[in-house]
Design a protein around this ligand. Structure first.
Ligand code: GLN
Ligand code: ZN
Length: 765
């Protein structure tokens, strides 16, 4: 019985890869320095797995930026705009690679980066391959081979991991009209054959081919493409030993196709889809000679494995297939969890005992195998695991009966406003008396180095809490004055007290824990440190009331209360796996509801509840969309609906396509929604127009991701475009998103222009 790790985190225990890449990009380190760091990380990961006793240790799971971009370079899928960099500048492979990832603005060139998008339903972003009609491929980068050889030199026999050809095409985008990227398979496959052949020649005995698109709802033609590809590979390379992997979901209606593919092993993510194990064990799979890789150790979350449960699955498979045909592994690559729990000193011992990061998960896989083999040496570990599981299921740190009762008692009334939008709008317009096209911002103002320094100082106790408070108050007052001077209609306090829109609230809620180094790669050198929701969530005391009422006391204009919504809190945290996500979302919703009502009680008339992550929580398979949207909308409504008709509830969303969930956005029934639209030239509004979205909308009029100051004419044009599809009485004017990453000067200039655009528009209508 083999143990199988699908991939290991590549940023390094102390985010060495981040530092190394950023130093290289800044010209502070040589290519050699970068390569040395990369070598060290790879060796560390391989050794760790070898010493643990892993049979199938991955190689080529490492990447300097992204595994899909690696594949682009491997098969030479290089968009035309970079060709001049190769021909004229003769960039080396690494620099070309980074140019594709990050753009190239040097030496008189200005070439944009390739697009980036979320990797399935994770917070990891991959680089989107770009395809042209009739595109030819050839084997360019031999990274996979090099890394296999590198491990071999250290005496470690690895299992190369590559992104499969069908998913590689499906994950990309056509850059020309008139063809479908799947048609390129015929050109692409020979390059894969060449690559795989070289790996065989180097001595690779088993290759992991990742085809995660098999977790999606596919068209018949796409399923046929899988069939054709793997039959062709088998024909051309009969000695190839392939573990075909997909993860994050069941194979669903693709299962029959998958079972027919001439591969030697298939992988099943049993964390996300345990039901399909039975289907497979009752299918033609049993009479074949194929192996089954059981993904029992969760690669997406930080909880310790429940050995008893995993052994149940494994024993069931072993009974039917025999040990030789079963592999024990992680559910997906461990890329999505932090490196090593041992390094955590912030967590209380009780909570730490419930967790496992990548290094611990490797050990879990090994322990499970030993347990199945009846190895006496793991008896203690099995017993300890049982104790951890019991501790977690009964701990008073986790379980709070009051919270559970409150969730159970939520009614339809809690999730609806007292009156419908048309009535509320009348009340709100009469009370608030805002001008036509009210102007506002999304919440944060520039978080300068000075503000962040203050936060670091108070953390290290270098300044007192009072001094910190005072400094932030001054910053807030300055921000209010600036907004008054610019003439904005609805002000914000600026969010200077917030490190991050999730962490800030998590720190004030019960049931949340924070790690010291629990970093996970988000994209390239960027990492995030998601907080951990370990227990029933509640709000011991108000979280934002002091800041908002302070800001409100400084001005005669309205200041918006500013909160993060329940779905975003959930989505950007590591969540409990011992209750449905829906339940955790409802607990968060109730905590935020209390905050919303406290703000109302303190006289705040406008309250914004940000939900930028609502779209990304959408399940991978369509049949699961409705259930998710149902509870996600309900959570938002429970958070927002506890107030009187006159209170104007705003929400904000960004990074989103909305067309497929527009009815759910409408069902959220926020009085005002502000959305990111400027980069799409208001095209995003079409979805709202088509749907006849009834509530007020603030389509962002300028991109906050760039330091560029847009002219008032540009913004006026965008607003005019918006007016074609939105009723004048429903149109707000605001930037695309919060301004925390911008500088003060450009923020001021851009907002001044935005105000001018609004003034001109008001004069016109
Ligand atoms: N209120 C938050 C801010 O302005 C919203 C951030 C977001 O949408 N990502 O920073
Ligand atoms: Zn935003």
């Amino acid at each position: 019985m083999f143990t199988n790790i699908l991939g290991y985190p590549r940023i390094g225990n102390r985010r060495q890869l981040k530092t190394a890449c950023e130093n290289y990009w800044a010209g502070k380190a040589s290519l050699r320095d970068l390569q040395l760091t990369a070598n060290e990380i790879r060796l560390h990961n391989w050794k760790l797995q070898q010493e643990a006793g892993v049979d199938l240790i991955p190689s080529n799971d490492f990447s300097l930026y992204d595994q899909v971009l690696d594949m682009c370079l491997a098969v030479s899928a290089i968009p035309h705009r970079y060709h001049s960099l190769i021909e004229e500048l003769k960039l080396n492979e690494t620099d070309l690679y980074f140019a594709m990832a990050r753009g190239y603005q040097k030496n008189g060139y200005d070439i944009t980066a390739m697009e980036m998008t979320k990797w399935f339903d994770t917070n990891y972003h991959y680089i989107v391959p770009e395809f042209y009609a009739g595109q030819k491929f050839n084997l360019l980068s031999d990274k996979a081979i090099k890394e296999f050889k590198e491990a071999k030199q250290h005496g470690i026999h690895t299992k190369p991991v590559i992104v499969g050809p069908v998913s590689f095409l499906l994950l990309g985008k056509e850059k020309e009209k008139g063809f479908h990227r799947i048609e390129l398979l015929k050109n692409l496959l020979p390059v894969y054959v060449q690559l795989l052949k070289q790996l065989l020649e180097e001595g690779a005995t088993c290759i992991q081919i990742d085809e995660p698109c098999l977790a999606l709802n596919l068209e018949d033609a796409e399923r046929l493409a899988f069939k054709w590809t793997y039959e062709e590979l088998y024909k051309q390379l009969p000695k190839l030993n392939v573990i075909l992997t997909s993860y994050f979901e069941c194979y669903g209606e693709n299962l029959q196709t998958v079972l027919q593919l001439p591969v030697q092993a298939i992988h099943l993510d049993l964390v996300r889809c345990s039901g399909q194990l039975d289907d497979i064990l009752q299918s033609s799979f049993v009479s074949s000679s194929k192996k089954l890789s059981l993904g029992v150790v969760d690669g997406r979350n930080i909880w310790k494995n429940n050995f008893e449960k995993s052994l149940g699955f494994i024993n069931c498979a072993v009974e039917t297939l025999g040990k030789e045909r079963v592999m024990i592994g992680t559910s997906c690559s461990l890329l999505h969890v932090p490196c090593d729990l041992e390094e955590e000193t912030l967590l209380t011992p009780e909570i730490k005992d419930w967790l496992a990061f990548a290094a611990q998960k490797v050990q879990e896989v090994i322990t499970l195998k030993k347990a199945v083999d009846g190895d006496e040496s793991v008896k203690g570990l099995l017993e300890a695991n049982k104790q951890s599981v019991i501790s977690r299921s009964t701990s008073t740190l986790i379980h709070n009966q009051e919270v559970k009762k409150r969730v159970a008692a939520v009614t339809i009334d809690d999730a609806s406003r007292r009156s419908t939008f048309d009535k509320r709008q009348l009340v709100q317009h009469a009370n608030l008396k805002l001008p036509l096209f009210p102007t506002t911002t999304i919440g944060s103002f520039p978080q300068t180095v000075d503000v962040r320094k203050l936060r670091a100082q108070v953390k290290q106790k270098a300044i007192t809490k009072t001094a910190y408070q005072q400094a932030l108050e001054e910053e807030t007052v300055r921000c209010i004055r600036l907004q008054e001077e610019l003439g904005l209609d609805v002000l914000v306090h600026g969010e200077f007290e917030r490190n991050d829109m999730v962490e800030y609230f998590g720190e004030q809620l019960q049931g949340y824990a924070f790690t010291k180094d629990g970093w996970v790669q988000s994209y390239g050198s960027r990492c995030v440190k998601p907080p951990v929701i370990y227990g029933d969530v509640y709000r011991p005391e108000p979280m934002t009331v002091n800041w908002i009422t302070f800001a409100q006391s400084q001005t005669g204009k309205y200041v918006k209360g500013m909160l993060t919504g329940p779905v975003t809190m959930l989505q950007w945290s590591f969540v409990r796996d011992d209750q449905p996500r829906e339940t955790t979302a409802m607990q968060l919703a109730l905590a935020i509801r209390d905050e919303v009502r406290d703000l109302e009680f303190e006289g705040i008339k406008i309250i914004q509840i940000d939900e930028p992550a609502i779209r990304e929580g959408l399940p991978l398979r369509k049949e699961n969309h409705a259930a998710y949207l149902n509870w996600a909308v309900k959570a938002f409504k429970v958070a927002s609906c506890g107030v009187a008709d006159g209170i104007q509830i705003h929400t904000h969303m960004c990074y989103s396509k909305f067309n497929d969930i527009i009815d759910s956005i409408a069902a959220m029934d926020a009085d005002v929604i502000t959305i990111e639209t400027s980069r799409s030239q208001m095209e995003l509004l079409d979805a709202f127009a088509k749907f006849d979205y009834p509530n007020e909308i603030g389509p962002g009029v300028y991109d906050i991701h760039s330091p560029r100051v847009p002219t008032s004419e540009e913004m006026e044009l965008l607003l005019e475009k918006a007016l074609k599809v939105i009723d004048a009485k429903n149109l707000w004017v605001n930037p695309d998103c919060g301004l925390k990453t911008r500088g003060w000067k450009e923020t001021e200039d851009a907002l001044r222009n935005m105000m001018l655009a609004t003034k001109n528009l008001r004069n016109k209508v």
